[in-house]
Ligand binder design. Structure first.
Ligand code: C2E
Ligand code: MG
Ligand code: MG
Ligand code: MG
Length: 273
């Protein structure tokens, strides 16, 4: 009987795996056509000075609205795009879209702010990535100080050399680099120094743990470390006044989260600007 149960479990397990693979395969195929079908768009989430809620920058967040399936989360389709190689094309589309839009806002007389674009490590592994970025800035005549790039912490050590050289070119041009989701990966102090990044974004999961007056050694230590390295810190996912109060007490200056604003469509974001 035990063997029977085991077999059943195996069958259920393989079926589930197959369904997941089928789904990924289907999504992968749809994603190939998403750009042409104009199903992708960019939302903008304000990043503010948490003491006065003044907007200092924004993060561009990719959205995929599929004609049949509806909204699909980037946490689902970005990994697929990274696996099937589409991320380079999609990432370039996002960069174009954001630079074009930011230039337009500047020409319309809105407050000039940098906009941060999430970059996959796969893009940084391209030999001519920095050059691609420069030519996009050129196309829209956008000054480099108005583009920032966010990379997630888990950079594979294998490709560190090419990544470092592309990052250096970008930095030399005046493009600021942030480490995203800090605390969830493997960054050591040494690696952060080597990467010579400008900003550090504390992952939402740590902010979620904050509880008003209670001490939180981890977040306190991250903020202190970033301050001593001369890095700007941005707290991600601030949702409550209690979380805000904690961060203000610890001299974290910048933040983003639903407490200030959700990611907004272009028209809504203009009101914020
Ligand atoms: P991320 O870069 O860490 O972006 C922050 C995520 O937290 C966004 O999720 C945002 O909507 C969400 N968020 C912001 N404030 C709050 C809050 O107060 N509460 C909660 N619960 N969530 C909040 P989103 O838009 O679903 O994006 C998920 C991830 O997908 C991003 O995480 C990023 O890693 C990736 N992603 C999004 N757009 C792009 C892109 O254009 N290129 C690449 N490579 N990755 C992208
Ligand atoms: Mg990000
Ligand atoms: Mg993040
Ligand atoms: Mg994240």
């Amino acid at each position: 009987k035990a063997k029977n149960e085991k077999e059943k479990t195996m069958i259920r397990f393989t079926r589930q795996m197959k369904e997941e693979l089928d789904e990924q395969f289907t999504l992968s195929n749809h994603l190939r056509k998403a750009i042409k079908k104009e199903e992708l768009s960019v939302h903008y989430q304000p990043i503010v000075n948490i003491d006065n809620e003044e907007i200092i920058s924004a993060e561009a967040l990719l959205r995929w609205n599929h004609s049949q399936y509806g909204y699909i989360s980037p946490t689902k389709f970005i990994p697929i795009a990274e696996a099937n190689g589409l991320i380079n094309e999609i990432g370039e589309w996002v960069l174009n879209e954001v630079c074009k839009q930011n230039k337009k806002w500047q020409e319309q007389g809105f407050k000039k702010i940098p906009i941060a674009v999430n970059i996959s490590v796969k893009q940084l592994e391209e030999k001519d990535f920095a050059q691609k970025v420069f030519s996009i800035l050129d196309t829209y005549k956008l000054d480099a100080q108005y583009l920032e790039l966010e990379i997630t912490e888990s950079i594979s050590i294998n490709n560190l050399n090419n990544i470092l050289s592309e990052l250096q070119k970008l930095k030399d041009k005046g493009i600021k680099i942030s480490i995203d989701d800090f605390g969830t990966g493997y960054s050591s102090l040494g690696k952060l120094k080597k990467l010579s990044i400008n900003k550090l974004k504390i992952d939402r999961s740590f902010i979620n743990d904050l509880n008003g007056e209670d001490e939180n050694e981890l977040v306190t230590a991250i903020i202190a470390m970033a301050n001593s390295l001369g890095l700007n810190i941005i707290a991600e996912g601030i949702e409550t006044e209690n979380q805000l109060k904690f961060l203000q007490n610890k001299k974290c200056i910048f933040g983003q989260g639903y407490l200030f604003s959700k990611p907004l469509i272009q028209e809504e974001f203009e009101k914020f600007l």
